[in-house]
Design a protein around this ligand. Sequence first.
Ligand SMILES: *Cc1c(COP(=O)(O)O)cnc(C)c1O
Ligand SMILES: [Zn+2]
Length: 412
Amino acid sequence: MPFTTLTHLDCSACGRVHDASVWQGLCVDCGSPLLARYDLSAAAKAVDPKVIETRAPDLWRYRELLPVGSGEHITGFGEGFTPLIPAPTMGERLGVRNLLIKDESPLPTGSFKARGAAVGVSKARELGARRLAMPTNGNAGAAWAAYCARAGLSLLTVLPEDAPHVNRRECRVLGADTYLVDGLISDAGKLSKAALGPGDRDVATLKEPYRIEGKKTMGYEIAEQLGWTAPDVIVYPTGGGVGLIGIDKAYQEMAEMGWVPRDKHPRFIAVQSTACAPVVKAYEEGKDACDPWTSGERTIAFGITVPAPLGGPLVLEAVRRTGGTAIAVDDETTIKALHEMGAAEGMYICPEGAACLAAVRALRDQGAIGADERVVVINTGAGLKYPQTVDAELPVLPADGSVVPTFRDRTT
Ligand SMILES: *Cc1c(COP(=O)(O)O)cnc(C)c1O
Ligand SMILES: [Zn+2]
């Protein structure tokens, strides 16, 4: 039995077919991202949800729908199958009775970037790549560094100077050749590209087709965890949009194979920061592609700071086709939601995930989400990676016991 049913790659814009047996970057005709295609009827014959449910709880349980051809190239740590956690107390505060958090914080390197790296690095290894390079705002570099170290591949990363220090440290300790640039992520991209020699590979967001395949496993997992169906709404913190495009692709594949009901596709809500919202702007202006965001403002939700997302047209198409929407949230509202969530549910989520909760509140108030709808929010990473989200100044008590600490009521 074949391990994968991968057949070829399609250009997401012009449809041109590309050979999947050799390394591919962007479409050779139009420069748009490529999408992996599978023989879905062969996959549906080879495996079904009942068989999948008996497999190990990691993302390779969907291996027929992943691009790697055999087990020997798989590089990993047992990643995937993260919990889908009910959040009833926070749900009540936001006005939705059925709120679920897809919690990606337990993944290696503390963010869902591990999914893209697991599949991207394994496939790069299978295709014979030796050296990879990428610009990164942080979490992607850390994840790819971890998997490259394990696979024995070289990774070169370039981070903007204002990227979080935790990510610089991760890239370093995980053995990547790590550089900072006195500029933006776009400048980092130019430099990491300039480092490429013959045979070296550019693995920037959507510049190779397999990172999205890793991220799509969130969609397979959500479906499986809900008994092979879709929630009404999926709320996604959108930077490059890879995860949203991937989850949408997963639901299309599952519908095609008869694994989920065809008439029940989730509505996608793309959440951005008001400091960098090219997708929201294009959505509101009715455009099919994003204009580059130029304000240069900063946000605490650095994972969604992508001023010129290559996948913008795909995100906009998925949001519109599914009847979803796009919305921007400011940092103050995001931090408030992050604190509320910690106290209400015991989860220290990342600001990107917190922005999604704030978006749910706003959309509930506008009537764009119903009180009884099943809402899945993706918490894309661990709050622990973002210590600056919480003020650590606390009252210091004298050691002589002259001031006694008191309980505060658990009302926040
Ligand atoms: C990269 C990142 C995002 C955005 O992911 P895309 O799929 O590129 O839109 C969201 N949250 C965190 C924590 C990230 O690291
Ligand atoms: Zn094309």
